[in-house]
Design a protein around this ligand. Structure first.
Ligand SMILES: Cc1cc2nc3c(=O)[nH]c(=O)nc-3n(C[C@H](O)[C@H](O)[C@H](O)COP(=O)(O)OP(=O)(O)OC[C@H]3O[C@@H](n4cnc5c(N)ncnc54)[C@H](O)[C@@H]3O)c2cc1C
Length: 446
């Protein structure tokens, strides 16, 4: 079997499917990141949540990943006046998400894949083209300076959001892919560790500076530093298009992110010279073509990063595909068809929720009603844990609840929360017994 792309998804998939197929060849455009070649990753660190943890456990790599993780218990909201407010993500001790380095995780997964004697990883092999009629990919071997052809049955394309394979289907109409570019992009910055090696912000939180149309976030790294990401419109008055001079950067940060600005060395030069990342959502009508091909991970369903779920979803893909392969054996057409019928609606649901979460992170989180509804939803969950689980918790902490269910259920719960908090400013102004009775009457057990 051939897998194209050795990112987070392709490597984990190879490690998992090696238990079922006689041989796997994994082709990657970049060099081996374990040999000091810079990773092709688009963000330095990622939030790992329950779905990702479940997949890493299933692949038996979690003991090697755990030392790389920094737990984050909630959001630290930095307000314009410089004050901060901590909003917990969950209410149980284990309801945390983890910051992990994209590069380090990728290296662990490459090791895990290569530990299987039937897996070969071919670095500096770039997919240059794909022929949907024959199912053959044309690959440039940059080390050997030649072209090779690889095909199926069961070619799996994990070549990321800009997938060459997916794009090759554009004229056939079979996959029916659409790409919706977000009008906002991002740039990354760093807050280094203090001179004594300690963190300069609380490492137990994901920090957010929500400013309405834009925001800054920061995730901790194990070395004591933070990676910051500035999300801003690409065009317009306050945008990356106007953030081209030191004066413009200084003005933006002095007005909106003064506490962070003090901690970022060489802020203006870094921000101006760092690359601008683009964001978007990829949706497909289908992910497979007979037994020839399956698209997986970002190649099938790139989502915007505001729920921190793109990699978690890609890892969930691997668990599901392995499970179905275990049940059906290598009947690839049936395996791919069943996988697609079970996962497509979930990918669309998290794509929608990720877009909604951008508005929550940059704007709604500032509204006192948001904190009240969060407090009420925790209270309802405490009283009725089988009927009310906050939507964020369903997505991040409950790998057993499909994204599709979290979205549908979340909409019903949100309507209820809005009704119950309409005339209240504080939790003690709400009749909690009556609220619980309404939940019991209107929501079936999850
Ligand atoms: C700013 C940002 C922040 C994010 N934060 C989070 C987060 O907190 N949590 C989370 O779960 N997700 C997050 N994501 C999403 C996450 O990065 C992706 O969903 C995840 O990396 C998908 O894995 P993948 O293997 O499908 O794709 P990729 O990681 O993109 O891997 C694709 C691989 O294919 C290779 N490749 C590409 N083209 C070719 C070719 N032509 N030939 C051969 N090889 C090729 C690439 O080099 C790469 O190694 C974030 C994304 C961004 C942009």
């Amino acid at each position: 079997m051939n897998i194209l792309g050795a990112g987070q998804c392709g490597t984990l998939l190879a490690a998992m499917l090696a238990r079922h197929v006689p041989r796997i060849d994994l082709y990657e455009r970049g060099g081996d990141p374990r040999c000091g070649v810079a990773s092709a990753g688009r963000s330095i660190n990622l939030a790992l949540a329950a779905r990702g943890v479940r997949a890493l456990e299933a692949a038996q790599v979690m003991p090697r990943v755990r030392p790389l993780l920094v737990p984050m218990r909630g959001r630290m909201v930095h307000k314009l006046d410089g004050s901060t407010e901590f909003l917990p993500y969950g209410q149980r001790d284990d309801e945390v998400i983890f910051s992990v380095s994209r590069g380090q995780l990728n290296q662990v997964l490459l090791d895990a894949a290569e530990e299987h004697s039937n897996v070969r990883v071919h670095f500096r092999h770039e997919v240059r083209g794909f022929d949907p009629a024959s199912g053959i990919a044309r690959i440039r071997d940059h080390a050997g300076g030649s072209d090779i052809e690889v095909g199926g049955p069961a070619l799996i394309a994990a070549d990321g959001a800009g997938s060459v394979v997916r794009n090759a289907y554009a004229s056939t109409g079979l996959i029916g892919a659409t790409e919706a570019r977000l009008q906002h992009g991002y740039k990354e910055l760093t807050i280094p560790a203090a001179a004594d090696g300690t963190f300069q912000l609380d490492p137990g939180a994901l920090h957010i500076w929500p400013r309405g149309e834009f925001m800054l976030i920061a995730l901790p790294n194990p070395g004591g530093d933070f990676t910051l990401t500035l999300f801003l419109p690409n065009e317009g008055e306050q945008s990356f298009a106007t953030l081209l001079t030191e004066d413009a950067v200084e003005a933006l940060f002095a007005t909106n992110f003064a506490d962070a600005a003090e901690l970022i060395p060489d802020l203006c030069r870094s921000l101006i010279s760092n690359p601008l990342g683009l964001l978007g959502t990829v949706r497909c009508r289908r992910w497979h073509d007979g037994d020839k091909l399956l698209l997986i991970g970002d190649a099938a369903h790139a989502v915007v990063p505001f729920h921190g779920q793109g990699m978690n979803l890609a890892f969930e893909d691997c668990v599901l595909l392995e499970q179905i392969l275990g049940e059906l054996g290598p009947q690839w057409q049936q395996v791919f068809a069943r996988y697609e019928s079970m996962q497509l609606a979930n990918a669309n649901a998290i794509a929608d929720m990720a877009l909604e979460n951008y508005v929550e992170m940059r704007d709604t989180v500032r509204d006192p009603k948001f904190a009240l509804q969060k407090a009420l939803s925790f209270e309802l969950e405490r009283r009725l844990p089988d009927r009310f689980i906050p939507r964020y918790s369903m997505v991040m902490f409950h790998a057993e609840i499909p994204y599709r269910v979290a979205k549908e259920r979340g909409a019903l719960q949100q309507a209820l929360l809005e009704r119950l908090t309409r005339n209240a400013g504080r939790l003690d102004q709400i009749d909690l017994d009556a609220a619980a009775a309404i939940v019991c009457a209107e929501l079936a057990p999850i």
